[in-house]
Design a protein around this ligand. Structure first.
Ligand SMILES: NC(=O)C1=CN([C@@H]2O[C@H](COP(=O)(O)OP(=O)(O)OC[C@H]3O[C@@H](n4cnc5c(N)ncnc54)[C@H](O)[C@@H]3O)[C@@H](O)[C@H]2O)C=CC1
Ligand SMILES: O=C([O-])CC(=O)C(=O)O
Length: 294
């Protein structure tokens, strides 16, 4: 049954606390909520969207409201929504929230490989005026790629290399015993679009690279299961009029999810800091902690 389990009281000041909806209470969501409550926006009201209406204990004295459907979430009137629940949550929650003018930050960037969904998100953001932000997530260098793109890029390649366990529950496990892998095996080569759609929990970075550079079709992706690595390794290579880019990043995975890098949670948190600062400039009445304000 859909419901709001617990709704924190309105802050008793003339100013209204910023209301942050967090979609997903998994490895990334829990890190993000800790960061919000302790450092990014301690005065914020937080509503966590979960699949089940189970209450959550407060984090750093911040009560956590919980709700399980979009109507309850809209009734809560969030100022912004941060998605870290998976591709399905983008169509289920981010689309209707954007349509209602709620700014959104999306971690599941690969959902935008679904072209009609991408179009709908852009249209709602355009009509409602809400901001739609995707994160660089577990990779970096996308600012350089985006800056270089208008001058012309010849090619862009992304390689995602993770320990075999990180590919469990994906197409890579079909017809292959990942626990017996003794050497690196390429499990996918192809476009960023097909990668993002086939590996929704492992190829969001491929989508972020595609969006920053030359798009979903032209971005070349290789995914590798590698028993030799202990980290999630992401490599970005590009060549164009600007010159040549080669970036390699070795990420520690989050302890509760080997598929997801800690940097992805940090990147989402950083994007939230940026958006809160922007919103403070747009709407100074919105209560925010001083360190968000530069
Ligand atoms: N851009 C990037 O670099 C990265 C993006 N991601 C994206 O972030 C997502 C979350 O990552 P983790 O926290 O590590 O995953 P996780 O599996 O630890 O947590 C996801 C949570 O969301 C919940 N959930 C799933 N669908 C939901 C729905 N429709 N409504 C409400 N809750 C729902 C699940 O029950 C789970 O608790 C991934 O699925 C992936 O799409 C993950 C890693 C890197
Ligand atoms: O967290 C990571 O290392 C990257 C990841 O899962 C993704 O791109 O979906």
């Amino acid at each position: 049954m859909s419901q709001t389990v617990f709704e924190p009281a309105e802050v008793a000041t003339p100013q209204r606390a910023v209301r942050i909806a967090v979609l997903g209470y998994g490895a990334i969501g829990q890190q993000l909520i800790e960061a919000i409550a302790h450092e990014v926006a301690p005065q914020a009201a937080i509503c966590v969207v979960r699949r089940q209406a189970l209450p959550l204990p407060p984090v750093a004295q911040t009560p956590l409201a919980v709700c399980t459907d979009v109507q309850a979430l809209l009734a809560w009137q969030p100022d912004l929504v941060v998605e870290c629940a998976g591709h399905a949550a983008v169509s289920q929650y981010v689309v209707p929230l954007l349509a209602q003018g709620v700014d959104a930050i999306v971690a599941s960037v690969g959902a935008l490989a679904d072209a009609p969904l991408h179009g709908l998100l852009l249209q709602h953001a355009h009509v409602s005026g809400a901001l739609l932000r995707t994160v660089s997530g577990a990779i970096g260098g996308l600012d350089a790629l985006a800056a270089a793109a208008p001058a012309g890029l010849d090619w862009v390649r992304y390689t995602g290399r993770k320990p075999p366990l990180a590919w469990q529950g994906t197409p890579a496990a079909q017809g292959r015993d990942l626990t017996q892998l003794r050497q690196a095996e390429t499990i996918y080569t192809g476009s960023a679009r097909a990668a993002a759609l086939a590996y929704p929990k492992n190829a969001n970075v491929a989508a972020a690279v595609a969006l920053a550079g030359i798009g979903f079709e032209r971005t070349e992706v290789q995914l590798v299961a590698d028993p030799e690595v202990q980290t999630n390794v992401h490599e970005l290579e590009a060549q164009g009029a600007f010159g040549r880019l080669h970036l390699r990043i070795a990420n520690e995975a989050l302890p509760s999810n080997p598929k997801s890098s800690w940097l992805a949670a940090l990147s989402l948190t950083q994007e939230l800091r940026r958006l809160l600062e922007l919103k403070r400039h747009r709407s100074p009445a919105l209560q925010q902690p001083p360190h968000c304000c530069g």
